[in-house]
Design a binder for this molecule. Sequence first.
Ligand code: PMP
Length: 322
Amino acid sequence: MDYTEGKGWHDPRIVPYAPLEMDPASMVFHYGQAIFEGLKAYKAKNGHILLFRPEKNMARVNSSNDRLVIPRIDEDFGVQAIKELVNVDSDWIPDAPGTSLYIRPFIIATDPFLGVRPSDTYKFIIILSPVGAYYKEGINPVKIYVESKYVRAVKGGLGFAKTVANYASSLKAQVEAKHSGYTQVLWLDGVEKKYIEEVGTMNVFFKIDGEVITPSLEGSILPGITRMSTIELLKKSGIKVTERRISIQELYDAHAAGKLDEAFGTGTAAVISPIGEFSWGEKVITVSNGKIGPVAQKVYDTITGIQNGELEDTFGWTQIVK
Ligand code: PMP
């Protein structure tokens, strides 16, 4: 679908996957005016094709659009477009357990103009890609490198938007962490490098002294849909969840006091990713003996069960494609 100033969004169409022909001066190549989303379609046991909270992804598109000065899209139309496209390609969802069809909607600025201002033209595109099961041999905890040199986002910046620049700015830290043997980077706040923000492409949760804590949304972290679902699910199960600022020192103190029971990340790709080890400077701590804990396991089983149609969706989270 295209956008032209004065005409609005127009010409929605489904076309075979093919390279895009674009003007080399297209503004997205130079000024990064682009946003994207990520969600999955699942094949349920009863044969239905399900989407998990796609309306939340479309709401996040518009929240990202507002920050990047990209014209808003009609959210219902966006969900409908995803359903129509998935319907065309649902045979691509493999039959093996845990597999799905990854859906990547994105918007790019296409105006051929050299100079900094918002574009007058855009493209909204959705592409699909089959993905295998995230966990093939049980759920393995990840080792996390606490980043103290680089920052990902600051309040007032782009952190809450799903925009390309956030990922570009994270690459250097990711490469250095991987080089040191770590799977992912834990970002700290961009001002004091003290408060925990999020991990790579996941939000984070900690179980400390019987309470589950996750960093509050202060504008610099992505409001994850799995995060939102995890909070709702835990509250419904009677588990205390608090959204607040939590410092890396508090985490280490809780560990020293024997009160850090679990740490896990949440995101569309893995749903839950238990964290088995943190490395902050020279200080390394291990959590849950490097295994998945009961809270993370419960969240994983419930969300994946709903996504695969094995559990009744009492939350109304899924939408049927067909
Ligand atoms: N933070 C970042 C930076 C991400 O890219 C993602 C993945 N979209 C998340 C958190 C988790 O968000 P969600 O649960 O919506 O996938």
